[in-house]
Design a protein around this ligand. Sequence first.
Ligand code: NOJ
Length: 721
Amino acid sequence: MTEKQLRDLMGGMTLEEKVGQLVQCGAGQFIQNSMEITGPEGEMLPAEELNRVMGSVLTFEDASQAKALQDKHLAADRNKIPLLLMLDVIHGLRTTYPIPLAMGCSFDDDLMTECADMARRESAACGVHVTFNPMVDTARDPRWGRILETNSEEPLVNARMGAALVRATQGNDLSDPENVACCVKHFAGYGAPEAGRDYNTVDMSERQLRETYLPAYKACLDAGARLIMPSFNALNGIPSVANKWLMNRVLRDEWGFRGVVISDFNAVGELVAHGMAENLKEAARLAMEAGCDIDMMQNAYYLHLKDLIAEGAVSEEMLDAAVLRVLRLKNELGLFENPYHGADEEKEKAVYLCPAHREIARRAAEESAVLLKNEGILPLSRTLKKIALIGPFARERHLVGFWSRPGAWKDAVTIPEGIGAILPDCELVMEDGCGAEIGDADGSGIERAVAAAREAEAVILALGEPEGDSGEGRSRAELTLPGLQTELARRVIAANPRTAVVLFNGRPLVLTELEKVAPAILEMWYPGTEAGSACARLLFGLANPCGKLSAGMPRSVGQCPLPYNRMNTGRPKPGPDGVPVPFSSCYLDMGNLPLYSFGHGLSYTTFEYEDLKLSGDTMQAGGSLQAVVTVKNTGEKAGKEVVQLYMRDPVASVVRPVQQLIDYRKISLAPGETAQVAFTVTEAQLRFWNFDCECVSEPGMFELSTGYADHLKLTRSFRLI
Ligand code: NOJ
């Protein structure tokens, strides 16, 4: 349709019909649905009444449901305006790839593209028009259960991976039924709730917000994302969905965003609970004024917008502008011509869990695993005849993590299945040892586990957090392995020191006690459908670990939040970490550094870095220079290395971080092979938000280093003139 046709269509709509375009309901109101919804359904109106006018629906199961929903609606809507069908496809639809935090550990934008591409194919076949992805909330506090949904504690990684996902999902032409529109979320600062408690308030300086939290959303919008979702939290006192500064000034005016804003689940209604609005009607007005186009899962708009317009409290122009944005999106998706978009039952059968998709998921699981520690235990020999596979995750199939489809876990490969495919003749003795639930104090299985460990040639100890313990509404105040798992590890490792621990969890955990006893720890996160295959291949050396932590692992929950790019202080702690220095910025009872830093990750081979060279010792404003480092594979196995480039601005008009990642590249090296890795460093990368909230660079010295957080090496300086 042309813009004129869209406007004419809108011109012929009643007020109620226009308001309907801004209403989003759960599919479960109209069809039988087993999908989980993540909030209260609110006061729902009769389904027939809604179906006639509503503009969009969320959370449906498959192509046949997508078609049924569309048919039912189009039969009732006199204007024949197709529904927008939206779904949370966060890390795959039927073929699940690793959780986003794990994907961040791959530091591999191309791999992200491949995974997003696979999710796009499956989503399109399912009939999805809009996915509520990417989530790019920078998060630095693992107590927050939704840290699992973000790629990293580092905004640069979130920006690059988020943008890669948007490009792969949307393609060049949204009317192509193979493409799906992206909704970036949660705008803004949702990843910084006080004390890591989900939905909690966020209070931070504008400078901090702009420097650390906003860039990733902006990068996704620059990559073309058509929708954005304001966050649940209050940001500096105003919930995002009603935050005019954030939504009108920053998003629409400064960034020029022309797409659709959709509230989070019942977030408009929650303005009442926030104490911002006296009732739902006022909530509807506040959200409209802040430019929120669609009201997800509440009837604030449906019940009150008409009256608000009649009373002159909301202008009809404002309503029209929002409706037009929604209609334009439908038009761009080609829905007026093809309301099913890509929904196709045959295609679903062809693409869901197809071998090519499983292969991508397996590779992603391998590349996002992080070898935290290895004292000569891994890889395990493929000649082993008897292995004890111990722990609550030993036979677990729930390895896909939050935001996977109900039942997706059933398609996941378990560890014994993965090992069986590689070593069919190896005897596996399996014992749970204990449970993994918070507060589970049943140690009655530990003795059996110890006995099994003693009699085996080697032990694989699979520990972690139950799938449901990280994700939305899943904050934790303790970050140790739940239940008796650490005790199980102590006992099993004492019985057989040839033990490799593998971990399945959705957040950085406090592994301080485990680290003291475990000779090898492989962090698998929730790896998705190919969990067991990837895990087995890594354990037995058919794949070489290359993941690096995308968020540091604290020594204690008391250190949180613990960003690697912490700010300088006036009393920095000199000397070795862990030794308190009187009257310096330190703890009396613990070091300042995490147990495992951001960017840490081992391999079965070793890499040496030498000779970081800069193309010059000065940089002009608006200019750039090259930083080249030589990396050599000094071990005996082929391996991949994530080469990380850090920057420090030692003197500036505002306090700067002690280290900041400014670029990364993943390379592959054969044994003995050497590569020269070149980074272009531009003046734009040296910029920061100054006291007056202007993004500037300041002349002076800068330092560039390789290595990883808190373990920088080969530092070189240059001057910006
Ligand atoms: C609530 C979550 O915060 C959001 O991320 C999600 O997209 C919506 N529910 C829809 O399921």
